[in-house]
Ligand binder design. Structure first.
Ligand SMILES: *Cc1c(COP(=O)(O)O)cnc(C)c1O
Length: 371
C-alpha cells in the first residue's frame, strides 16, 4: 500500500512516552534485557518506526512474529538481536542463519526437518518453545525438550542453543491459579535439564509487570506495556505511570455551513436540524478508522466535535461549534497539548481493545517519531 506522505493525516509516535514506558517496565520487572515486540507493524505503530525508536532508546532486541518481519528489519539496517516468536517453516532455516535471526523451535521434529536445510556455514540460533498451557505452540513434555537438547548438541555446527521460553495465557489476570499452574509445569521441565542456555525468557507484559518476583526476568519479551497500555486493562494497576505512545493527527480539509435538512455522507444517516458548520477530515476506514466511531467526539483545535454521518473510505465529517479555518489541527487519538483522547475510550467505543484498534490502522498513514 502507498504511504500518504503528502497529506495532513498521520500517526505520531512519542519517543518520550516510549522511553518512559521502557523505564517503568525495566524497573518493575528488574529486567536486564528487553526484547520489544514489534510484530504486526509494531502493534500498528510502524515496524521500522518502532525499531528505530528501540535502537535510539537502547533496547536490547526486537521480537517479531514471522520471518519476513525479521528480514524487513535487517534490510532496513537494524543490527540488534531479533527473535521470531511465531512458527517458521523449516525450509527457511538457512535464511534465518544468513540474517542472524533467532528461531522459536516448536518440536524435535522441527529440528530434524530444519537440519536438512542448514549448510553449517554458521549455526542457527535456536530457542526452544515449551508449551506450559497457552496451548498454541511448543513442546509439552521434558522428554521432547531433553531429546531436542541432545539433538542440538549432536549437531553443534548446525544449531546453537541460545534460549528456552514459555508463554503465559493469563499473566494479566487477578486470578493467578492458571498462571501458577503454567509456571509450575515450566519449572518442572527446567529442573530436569542438564544445563541451561543463556536466555530463559518467559515474561510478556503481564508477567513482567505482575509476576516479576516469581519468573526469570533477565530477558523479557514485551509489547503492550511499552506501547503505553496497562496490560490488565486497569484491573491490576491504574496504569497512570504509563503513557500511550500513539497520537493520530489530521487537519480540516474543508469547512462549510449547511442549512437545516441537509444529509451528510453516504446514506444520509445524519441530517442537519439547523444552520450547522461542518468540517471535513481526510481520514477514513481506508486508514483503519473504524466506522463505529460515528458519534464519537474528537478534537478540532481545542473543541470537542462529534463525527457525524457514515465514515467514508478516505474522509469523515465533524460538526463544528462555529466556523473554523481549513488547516485547523484535528486530534483523533492522543493529546493536542491540553486535552487528551484516551485510547481505551476510542477502542472501547468500537468494541475493541487498544491493540486491536491500532492493529487495524493501515499502511497509508505515515508513522512519525516525534519528541
Ligand atoms: C506478542 C508476544 C509477546 C508480547 O506480548 P505482550 O503481552 O504484548 O507483552 C511475548 N511473547 C510472545 C510469544 C508473543 O507472541
Amino acid at each position: 500500500m502507498v504511504v500518504a506522505n503528502l497529506r495532513t493525516s498521520r500517526i505520531e509516535i512519542s519517543k518520550q512516552a516510549l522511553a518512559n514506558n521502557i523505564a517503568v517496565t525495566m524497573q518493575t520487572s528488574h529486567a536486564k534485557h528487553m526484547f520489544l515486540a514489534v510484530k504486526a507493524n509494531g502493534y500498528g505503530h510502524g515496524l521500522l518506526t518502532m525499531a528505530q525508536a528501540a535502537v535510539e532508546l537502547g533496547v536490547y532486541g526486537l521480537a517479531v512474529a514471522v520471518v519476513d518481519e525479521g528480514l524487513a528489519l535487517r534490510q532496513a539496517g537494524i543490527t540488534i538481536p531479533i527473535m521470531i516468536l511465531g512458527y517458521t517453516e523449516p525450509q527457511y532455516a538457512e535464511i534465518l542463519v544468513q540474517n542472524n535471526l533467532i528461531v522459536n523451535v516448536v518440536s524435535l521434529d522441527w529440528l530434524n526437518q530444519a537440519q536438512g536445510f542448514l549448510t553449517g556455514v554458521a549455526p542457527l540460533q535456536a530457542s526452544l518453545a515449551v508449551d506450559s498451557g497457552m496451548n498454541r505452540l511448543g513442546m509439552r513434555n521434558e522428554t521432547e525438550v531433553l531429546e531436542s537438547i541432545d539433538f542440538m548438541s549432536n549437531h553443534r555446527n548446525l544449531f546453537n542453543w541460545v534460549g528456552i521460553m514459555t508463554h503465559f495465557a493469563t499473566a494479566d489476570s487477578s486470578d493467578v491459579a492458571y498462571f501458577n499452574k503454567q509456571l509450575h509445569r515450566f519449572n518442572v521441565i527446567i529442573k530436569q535439564l542438564p544445563y541451561l542456555p543463556e536466555m530463559i525468557h518467559v515474561a510478556n507484559s503481564g508477567a513482567a509487570m505482575y509476576h516479576a518476583d516469581e519468573v526469570p526476568t533477565d530477558y523479557i519479551r514485551v509489547g503492550t506495556v511499552v506501547y503505553g497500555w496497562e496490560p490488565s486493562g486497569m484491573e491490576l494497576a491504574d496504569g497512570k505511570n504509563l503513557k500511550p505512545a500513539m497520537n493520530i493527527k489530521s487537519a480540516l480539509s474543508y469547512v462549510k455551513q449547511l442549512p437545516s435538512g441537509e444529509g451528510i455522507s453516504y446514506s444520509h444517516i445524519y441530517e442537519t436540524t439547523e444552520n450547522e458548520w461542518i468540517g471535513t477530515v481526510p481520514l477514513g476506514y481506508g486508514d483503519g478508522i473504524d466506522r463505529e466511531l460515528t458519534g464519537y467526539k474528537i478534537l478540532v483545535g481545542h473543541e470537542w466535535c462529534p463525527i457525524i454521518g457514515k465514515i467514508a473510505m478516505d474522509q469523515l465529517m465533524v460538526k463544528l461549534p462555529y466556523q473554523m479555518p481549513v488547516g485547523t489541527e484535528v486530534t483523533i487519538l492522543g493529546s493536542n497539548g491540553s486535552e487528551n483522547i484516551d485510547i481505551w475510550d476510542v477502542a472501547h467505543y468500537c468494541h475493541l481493545e487498544p491493540w486491536e484498534f491500532t492493529n487495524r490502522l493501515t499502511e497509508r498513514l505515515p508513522r512519525i517519531l516525534v519528541d
